[in-house]
Design a protein around this ligand. Sequence first.
Ligand SMILES: *Cc1c(COP(=O)(O)O)cnc(C)c1O
Length: 279
Amino acid sequence: MLLQLPNPWGLDLWLLKSNETAPHLGGNKFHKLRGYLESAKRRSTGTLITMAGAHSNHLRAFAALSRREQLRAHAIIRGDELRDYTRHSAELRFALDQGVDLSFVSRAAYRELREAVSTADRAALVPDAPWREAVFVPEGGLGAEGVTGVKDWAREASGFEHVFIACATGTTCAGFLQAAHENQKICGVAVLENAAAIERAIHLLAPEHESRFELLNDYVFSGFASTTDELKVIAAEYSTLWQITIDTTYMARAVKAVRDRAMSGKHKGRALLVYTYNE
Ligand SMILES: *Cc1c(COP(=O)(O)O)cnc(C)c1O
């Protein structure tokens, strides 16, 4: 769904929102997860396993979608100290409430799990998850299935030469790249210091369209989820003006990137901002 965004920068600015509006599924995570859901259906299994940080939007969307689709869902959580339920985040409480089974692992084991390439390696690290029948969803939905899910949604961006997307794993950008035509530029706004990992993800997941990708790296500030007074002001101002949630971790950075490019004269005319946030 495309919405026009009034702005003081002289841009013909539009927002691409998801057509999926169920709670916690309105952003990009749903689209990435959809690819894994399809994969589960093809393999006739009703079980998904993922790995996630305790505060992640990925965990929230994973829990909401699993519940809606009546899947058996298991999430491996970073930080074994979080076994103590008094330390549970809102996202962990939500996941439990939606019926997701949880395993907690140390940060070291979690890092190893990220690098593991086979089910046997993963099962050795987390023996209590139902690996045999499950489809594994990597952290943040990073992978080919995630890209496939995003690609459908990305077709709605075809009328825009410049598309701005907040970027963490690069999976969403890769999906937009896969759907991109030759005159399109996908501008990823990095929210954490992982430029090399993003470039690698784009190279693996959308190799034929790499030249249509541009990574904007000036919006990391002091790292993931760090904030500045300026980001807070942008978040408050544009949440009110556009009547959508502009969070400081992702969306405010993308808005600032669009604004900076417009103000410096680097960008004129039409632009599309992708609404990745899932409340
Ligand atoms: C997860 C997330 C992103 C990053 O998506 P990637 O596909 O990992 O690059 C961007 N914006 C929001 C709001 C997110 O929750």
